[in-house]
Design a protein around this ligand. Structure first.
Ligand SMILES: CC(C)(COP(=O)(O)OP(=O)(O)OC[C@H]1O[C@@H](n2cnc3c(N)ncnc32)[C@H](O)[C@@H]1OP(=O)(O)O)[C@@H](O)C(=O)NCCC(=O)NCCS
Length: 155
């Protein structure tokens, strides 16, 4: 069983692990905030801009993340993000997002990391605010847009 001190990593999904990632799930109330992982992986299969990874705590799969990665644009969009209900509240989501921020910083032309949130009780907006994301005031498909401005890479 992973603990609060477990090392969080982002790992590629393969034929052996895909079932365990599809079996990860959020609470019933949180299902309004994120699509099931099986749906996200299916969408990624048909997308040229989806970059996705499983989130691990030591050797256990605990979550899933998917990025809209279009290297021609300065904006990288966090498309899906979830930590399984059994593993929430242990800091894994925060640490996985720190890894995602480092990943986005390493991508061509990246100056902004964006996401969108459903503004409902228990929604993830305060979580993203802790990481420095701010509401932009824009809405997309009923979801509030949030943005983290990344420092420009040094020369
Ligand atoms: C949002 C989510 C990814 C957070 O993952 P997590 O591993 O539970 O978060 P952490 O334990 O790393 O929490 C980091 C901090 O954010 C806070 N936090 C996490 N989720 C929060 C929420 N929904 N509301 C308020 N604060 C929250 C924690 O209390 C913690 O604060 P602290 O450092 O002051 O103690 C997870 O709850 C989840 O998968 N939710 C359902 C799916 C979802 O909403 N995905 C986002 C789609 S845009």
């Amino acid at each position: 069983m992973p603990s609060d001190k477990s090392k969080v990593t982002l790992q590629e999904i393969n034929e052996k692990t895909v079932r365990s990632i599809c079996n990860l799930s959020v609470t019933d109330n949180q299902k309004q905030f994120v699509a099931p992982n099986a749906v996200s992986i299916s969408e990624a299969y048909f997308s040229k801009v989806a970059w996705f990874r499983a989130i691990y705590a030591d050797d256990d799969p605990v979550g899933f993340v998917m990025l809209y990665d279009d290297s021609e644009k300065p904006e990288y969009y966090l498309w899906r993000f979830m930590i399984d209900a059994r593993y929430q509240g242990k800091g894994y989501g925060y640490r996985a997002m720190e890894l995602m921020i480092e990943h986005v910083k390493s991508r061509p032309n990246a100056t902004e990391f964006t996401t969108s949130v459903v503004q409902a009780d228990g929604g993830p907006q305060p979580f993203y605010e802790k990481l420095g994301f701010k509401l932009t005031g824009e809405y997309d498909d009923g979801e509030a847009m949030m943005r983290l401005v990344l420092p420009f890479p040094s020369c």
